[in-house]
Ligand binder design. Sequence first.
Ligand code: 5RP
Length: 278
Amino acid sequence: MDWGMKNRFSKIIRPADGRCLMLAVDHGYFLGPTERLEDPRKTVAPLLPYADSLMLTRGVLRNCVPAERDVPIVLRVSGGTSIVGEDLSKEAITTSIEEAIRLNASCLALSIFVGSKYEHQTLASLGKLVDEGEKFGIPVLAVTAVGKEMGRDARYLGLACRVAAELGAHIVKTYYCENFEQVVESCPVPLVVAGGKKLPEMDALKLAHDSVTHGAAGVDMGRNIWQSDYPVPMIKAVKAIVHDNADVKEAYSIFTREKAGKKEPQKVKAVARPADFD
Ligand code: 5RP
């Protein structure tokens, strides 16, 4: 890795412990106004001090995150589909490398859909993006997106992660599964685990704990943080697992202690929304 690539990579996966807490707020790129991410400014601001990096699109970055804030950016550069469209796997690169550089991105993120109708298109885009990233010293995070019909087991996720790494991804985002160690062992680059749909806090903390204890470098977590009634206590608890090796019990007690210090849960807005995704 050259200096620039190494420097940017170290902003995402912290060299002190090889771990990462990436806060994902990119959901709107195909889901529109996701519950509790209707106004990303409000969702993101209180969480920023606790996130190692922020994963989002250029639109939310430009409009909802103050440029003065010193937070490393994982810029989602793939998209072009929506939850009501033809096929979610039909993604292309939607943001240029010049724009990513202008926005001072520390990492580029793109989804691949292994086993889907548009597998080839998304994998070819990954190869192209890695070439661009290498040219300018910007690492690429491959997001292994799983279609409804795909099994989320170690065999399938292992395949998707390995393909991503073979095509040059510097980091791969995937899901936790049974026998996760097999996915880790067969992927030569660091893995981060997505949180997925909102779970009870204890279960989400267990997911984060299982992920890092079975070899993930950290989490790329969204809904399980900001859809919690207590997002700041939740991110603090996840951070304790990722960076301080807290166990689930310790993390949950951080969550309950922090929660006790807050007056009211965050308010839910009653608006029509598209269906959630996995
Ligand atoms: C959407 C994404 C999300 O960033 C990713 O799924 C993490 O968010 P969550 O923890 O809510 O699943 O890549 O395509």
